[in-house]
Ligand binder design. Structure first.
Ligand code: AKB
Length: 314
């Protein structure tokens, strides 16, 4: 059985990945770590929980040793919109956090590391439709710059030290448990909360802005399928993945099919420029070929599920 540590367990992905992993690998085998944001009670009650600052090598080393960790999910990161407000902090947390985790993983012979990259590695010079796995990477956000540098570090540690780091370029993730914070794709989650609570939403992107997205159940599947794939099948360290692509207007129309009185207004802010620099759709054929990636949700099924879950809870 694996001994897994999840760094950044309180975030949008971590808060759902931890219960998913505990279910699959056993409660005691998944250590949830947090820094600023406190963990949900259900995570605290179901297994080990510890404080970890990825900038502090001593704590990482202590935990790897104490729990005999062999697998790491390093999720702690500052996202695109917050990164534009504090670029130096984004560089510090995203880059120094990653290199610490890689260094400690090398020292403690960690078997596998999963570190999410993002569609933010692409920029205005990248082809925007059906963006290939190997293409121009010239991002214009600090977040994107840290993700490109992180991908190169992952390749470097694999080639030089045989450290098995694997990465997926996640699109916007839509989920019902924990709100995302500080991203450009966050609108696609907020819109559901506002549609259910207030029947209206002020969207910070233009209505014709199309971005790649994925529903959380597919994201969890993707992060665990990639981990469990035999290394001999993988021809690269970093994979494009996607679930669906839609415009802000298309998701609003889909929500109206369930909540006819829902109204949306578009008031683009600084995040529009970030969204305009990213692809509209992603070619994830290499992930499909090499490790069987196959998402289950599209705009229609994701919207129905989100509304069912959130209507009961809110
Ligand atoms: C963001 O919007 O910054 C993230 C991402 C696409 O990586 N959700």
């Amino acid at each position: 059985m694996r001994k897994i540590i999840v760094i950044g367990a309180a975030g949008q992905i971590g808060s759902e990945l931890v219960p998913f992993l505990r279910n699959k690998y056993g409660n005691d085998n998944v250590i949830a770590t947090y820094r600023k944001t406190l963990l949900q009670d259900s995570i605290k009650k179901s297994g080990p929980v510890v404080y970890l600052d990825a900038l502090d090598n001593n704590i990482i080393s202590k935990l790897f040793n104490e729990y005999e960790v062999d697998t790491v999910y390093h999720l702690a990161s500052i996202l695109s919109a917050t990164g534009e407000k504090m670029p130096q902090t984004a560089w510090n947390i995203n880059m120094n956090g990653l290199i610490n985790v890689l260094e400690m993983s090398r020292k403690y012979n960690i078997k596998n590391i999963i570190w999410p990259s993002s569609i933010a590695v692409f920029g205005p010079t990248t082809p925007r439709d059906n963006t290939p796995n190997t293409t121009i990477l010239q991002p214009t956000t600090m977040y994107g710059i840290t993700k490109v540098a992180g991908e190169l570090l992952a390749e470097y540690y694999y080639k030089k030290f045989e450290l098995d780091v694997r990465s997926i370029r996640l699109p916007g993730i839509i989920s019902s448990e924990t709100l995302p914070g500080g991203g450009t794709t966050d609108y696609a989650v907020e819109i559901f909360y506002e549609a259910i609570k207030k029947k209206e939403y002020n969207c910070f992107l233009k209505k014709d802005t199309i971005l790649p997205m994925m529903y959380m159940p597919d994201c969890l599947k993707c992060m665990t399928d990639l981990l469990e794939t035999d290394n001999s099948k993988l021809k690269r360290r970093v994979y494009n993945v996607t679930g669906m692509s839609f415009s802000a207007e298309e998701i609003a129309t889909e929500i109206k099919n369930h909540i006819p009185e829902f109204q949306i207004e578009y008031k683009p802010d600084f995040r529009q420029e970030i969204a305009d620099s990213w692809p509209k759709s992603i070619d994830d054929s290499l992930a499909r070929e090499e490790w069987g990636w196959n998402p289950s949700y599209n705009l229609e099924s994701m919207t129905k599920d989100m509304i069912d879950i959130l209507s009961k809870r809110l």
